[in-house]
Design a binder for this molecule. Structure first.
Ligand code: SF4
Length: 288
């Protein structure tokens, strides 16, 4: 690990950042550094459970690459050196979680809609390399709607070469339920085709969020159709390394959305394991 001493680099405190933010993630057992490629909060989906607060507008509308890289550089050093844990917000971080796990491209919209997606992934990967942080993962959290675009495919290839992982969202088995939950004009089949094509090149993690809608959990038929879609992806030669089943953890966009109970999440995990033989993992309402 090659780090510039903090007293020489004077990293900015992350509170001033506009694009980069560290979070303690119990799910990844360490610190995840979030990179927000959608500061304008615009998304090509309008998920009923979305946790992005769109009741307030953001002052930052565009990604400024130089500024973003400067923030990432300073934040990586702040975490990797351990200085982060001297700051009040992170002082109580348990000892075993005081490690830098990943840089996560997520933020307030769909990261792959950013038009310089490949360029920014390349620049972040170079910075990570320059700091000697090869073991740190680069995680793309995505709705998979743009994988068919050539510059996005290039960005995915750069991730592959830099300890990357793709977490693609799939939380429906039918086009009807997809429309109800994800509220987009992008066809369900496009998302399925994109996931299948990407999973043929590298193993993907699937993120599936299930919830109560107007008091109703997803039907058995919908959950079985979801398993059918997973089986179709693998039958077509796609590799899925993990199916993450989770539920609403924070304030959702719509008041008619509510979390599933822990046993309900567990029963979906059991169904996926039984019907697909893929590894499945539960994340409950209070998981971060
Ligand atoms: S894809 Fe993500 S950011 Fe976009 S609306 Fe859905 S949950 Fe929100």
């Amino acid at each position: 690990m090659v780090l510039t001493p903090l007293h020489l680099s004077h990293p900015r405190r992350f509170e001033d950042n506009r694009f980069v933010y560290p979070v303690l993630s119990r799910r990844s057992a360490g610190i995840s550094i979030g990179v927000n490629l959608n500061p304008d909060k615009v998304c090509n989906f309008d998920c009923i459970y979305c946790q992005v607060d769109r009741t307030t507008t953001s002052e930052t509308k565009f990604v400024e690459i130089a500024q973003l890289l400067e923030e990432l550089d300073a934040t990586l050093q702040l975490v990797a050196s351990g200085e982060l844990f001297n700051l009040p917000k992170f002082q109580s971080t348990p000892e075993n979680l005081r490690r830098l796990n990943d840089i996560a491209f997520s933020g307030d919209g769909e990261p792959t809609t950013y038009r310089n997606f490949d360029e920014i992934i390349e620049a972040c990967a170079s910075l990570k390399k320059r700091l000697g942080l090869d073991a740190v993962k680069m995680v793309l959290i995505t709705n998979a709607s743009m994988f068919h675009r050539p510059h996005v495919q290039r960005g995915l290839e750069i991730l592959d070469q830099n300890n990357g992982e793709i977490w693609a969202k799939l939380e429906a088995g039918t086009a009807e339920y997809f429309k109800l939950v994800d509220r987009t004009t992008i066809p369900f089949q496009q998302v399925l085709d994109n996931i299948t094509a990407a999973a043929k090149i590298r193993p993907l993690v699937i993120q599936a969020l299930f919830m109560r809608v107007h008091g109703q959990p997803p039907s058995d038929a919908e959950l079985n159709a979801f398993c059918d879609r997973l089986n179709e992806i693998t039958a077509a030669g796609g590799h899925l390394k993990l199916i993450q089943i989770y539920t609403v953890a924070r304030q959702p966009a719509e008041s008619f959305v509510a979390p599933l109970t822990d046993p309900e999440v567990d029963s979906i995990v059991s169904l996926v394991a039984r019907r697909t033989s893929l590894p499945a993992q539960a994340f409950y309402g209070a998981s971060s």
